[in-house]
Design a protein around this ligand. Sequence first.
Ligand SMILES: N[C@@H](CCC(=O)N[C@@H](CS)C(=O)NCC(=O)O)C(=O)O
Length: 198
Amino acid sequence: MRILTNTTSPYARIARIALGEKGFDLSGTEIVNPWSDDPGLLALNSAARVPTIETDEGLPITESLLVVLWLERKVPEPSLLPGPLDRTISLAGRAMGVVDAMANIVINRMQVDPNFGEHRVGLKRRRTIVEGMRQLESDPPEYDGGTPSIAVIASVVALDYLALRFPGEPWVEAYPRLEDLRARVADRPAFAATAPSL
Ligand SMILES: N[C@@H](CCC(=O)N[C@@H](CS)C(=O)NCC(=O)O)C(=O)O
């Protein structure tokens, strides 16, 4: 299996954490630049986005949450959907909304307009981040140790990506309960091995 990623993508990190938690070896991860039309990435994924996984049979698997879905069927235990399914999916969706909003601002700021964050759509995305993080902070996903749920994974990835991409922004609030959650999973190999960096 090949795992194509970059060092910042929250989507790729979710897929890589899921792979690691399911027991896959992350050491073969290949760092690519999705913005430079990397030929190896483009050959596998016409969207040229990370995460892109190539199975041992040469089949591309893309889209972070489809990777999780694929893994849940392929390697059912340990499950990334423990406990009450509706609540886990609901909280994971909330965290993914925050991830999408952050990635949208970052991509538009870097690739389209440095002031995107101040424009109407950028401000809507910022509201999504602020409100989504507030809701996650007031009602964080449960974690009692062991394999984390997709809701925990997505929430911690969102928190780390917020710190990476929006340091010192005045609208970023304190999230002590989410930071406590992060502290409880940070040493797990799949989280430690995928910590984002610029
Ligand atoms: N919906 C996709 C989003 C993946 C995505 O947008 N990845 C970004 C990096 S954060 C990327 O590769 N962007 C390159 C591009 O949009 O061309 C997923 O969940 O995997």
